[in-house]
Design a protein around this ligand. Structure first.
Ligand SMILES: Cc1cc2nc3c(=O)[nH]c(=O)nc-3n(C[C@H](O)[C@H](O)[C@H](O)COP(=O)(O)O)c2cc1C
Length: 156
C-alpha cells in the first residue's frame, strides 16, 4: 500500500473530505481508514500518510490525538506526510470567537507537526476545509478544493 488516508469525523464532513481526497489516488494502492480502525502496523508499507480531523478547540479530535500519540518516535522516517482538518471560517464568526480561533489555531498544523516529529517529510502545507456549522454542511466549493488538494499530493 502506498497511500494511507486516515480520518476522524463526528458529523461526517471530514469523512466526505477524506473520500474526495482519496479519489485522486489509485484504488489498488490506497487505503482509507477511520482512525478508530487504524493500528500502528498499518503504517509499515505506507509511502504517503494523510491524516485529517475536525478541529475541536483548536486541536484534533481526541481519537486522532490518541492515534498520533501511539505512533512510535521515528516510525515515519522515509515517509511523506500531510494533514488536513475541517473548521469554521474565522471571518464569519463574532469578534470574540475570531480572536479565540486565531489564538488557539486549528487541528491540521498540529497534526502535521506531530507527523514530522515522528520522522515524516511534509508533502504539503496543512490544509483546512470549511464547514458552515458544527454539523456542517461543507461550504460550497470545499469538496472540489479537497479533490484538488489530493490531486496535487498524488502528483508531487
Ligand atoms: C466541541 C466542538 C469544538 C469545536 N471547536 C472548533 C474550533 O476550535 N475551531 C473551529 O474552526 N471549529 C471548531 N468546531 C467545529 C468543528 O470543526 C466542526 O464541527 C467539524 O469540522 C465537523 O466535522 P465532522 O462533520 O467531520 O465531525 C468545533 C465543534 C465542536 C462540536
Amino acid at each position: 500500500m502506498k497511500t494511507l488516508i486516515i480520518f476522524d469525523s463526528m458529523y461526517g464532513n471530514t469523512e466526505i473530505i477524506a473520500r474526495d481526497i482519496a479519489k485522486a489516488f489509485s484504488p489498488e494502492d490506497t487505503r482509507l481508514l477511520n482512525v478508530k480502525e487504524v493500528k500502528v502496523a498499518d503504517l509499515l508499507e505506507v509511502k504517503l500518510l494523510i491524516v485529517g480531523s475536525p478541529t475541536y478547540g483548536g486541536r484534533p479530535k481526541q481519537e486522532t490525538q490518541a492515534f498520533l500519540d501511539m505512533i512510535p518516535g521515528s516510525a515515519l522516517s522515509g515517509k511523506r506526510v500531510a494533514a488536513f482538518d475541517t473548521r469554521f471560517l474565522a471571518k464569519e464568526q463574532n469578534f470574540g470567537l475570531r480572536i479565540l480561533m486565531k489564538t488557539i489555531g486549528y487541528a491540521a498544523p498540529r497534526i502535521l507537526k506531530i507527523l514530522v516529529s515522528k520522522g515524516g517529510d511534509a508533502a504539503s502545507s496543512p490544509e483546512g476545509f470549511i464547514v458552515q456549522g458544527k454539523k456542517g454542511a461543507l461550504k460550497d466549493g470545499e469538496r472540489e478544493r479537497a479533490a484538488l488538494w489530493g490531486k496535487n499530493l498524488s502528483l508531487s
